[in-house]
Structure formats: C-alpha cells, structure tokens
Design a protein around this ligand. Sequence first.
Ligand code: ATP
Length: 137
Amino acid sequence: MPLHIEVITPERKVYEDEVDMVIAPASEGYVGILPHHAPLLTSLGPGEFRVKKGGGEEVLAVFGGFMDVREGRVTVLTEAAEHVEEIDVQRAQAARERAQQALAAPVSAADEQRARAALQRALIRIRVSERRRRRGA
Ligand code: ATP
C-alpha cells in the first residue's frame, strides 16, 4: 500500500503523489512516515522534506505549518514549499546576505528575530539546491 501525499501552500498545490515513504522536518526533529503509520498531527519546522519512491528520492524545502498523517494519507499545509528545481539560488544567496547584514546591526529585537528566520530559510534553500548539484541531476 503506497502513501498518498499532498503538500499545499496558501498559493498552490506544490506536490501530490503516491510514494513509499516520507521524511519530514517536524518541530521536534525529523520523522519518517511509512504506510500504516499511526495517526499523527505535528507542526513542521523549516527544513528538507524528503519523499522516497521506487528507489528514488525527491526533496522539497518546506517552511513551517502542519502535517497530518492518517489512513495512508499525508497532508502538509505549509507557508511555503519549493521543489529543488524551483529554488532560485541567487535569490536565496541575496536573502542570506541581507539577513546577515541585518543581524550584524539589528535595529530591534523583532528585527533580529525576523533576520534570523530569513537567514534560516535562505540556508535551507541553499542546502537543498546544493544537494541537487552534488547529485548532478
Ligand atoms: P525573499 O527575501 O527572497 O523573498 P523569503 O525567505 O522572505 O525570501 P518566503 O517568505 O519564504 O521568502 O517566500 C515567499 C514566496 O517566495 C514563497 O512562495 C516562496 O516559495 C518563494 N520563494 C522565496 N525564496 C525563493 C527562492 N530562493 N527560490 C524560489 N522561490 C522562493
């Protein structure tokens, strides 16, 4: 029995497929989900969402939200998600630089917190796209 997975953001459905396994960045750490997993509702941190299917693996970057697992279905509602091929590395590098500059001289605590979160998003995007390059895909 495969696992039916859907990844949805406020703008679009990023991914839908029948897969063998997912590894998701839950807030408390990465969790692996196989078919027949017990029902689970968890919040997601920003991170790599890995999908295994037929010996291959796809990676999405996801940024927060929730994952609902029940009866062979995994539903992810997240603020933003991108397939590795969709990630604009130059944009992520620019975002990383802006965040690092803001962190070097934060105007306020809120500003610092925003910059930290932006830096984390940028680093995840860069990491996910570097993984693709290493594979030569
Ligand atoms: P930026 O400062 O470059 O806008 P951000 O981290 O503030 O980055 P988000 O708020 O996470 O951006 O996302 C806003 C929208 O832009 C989402 O739809 C997200 O998928 C998309 N997005 C952001 N950065 C990238 C990127 N480097 N490549 C592709 N899509 C991106």
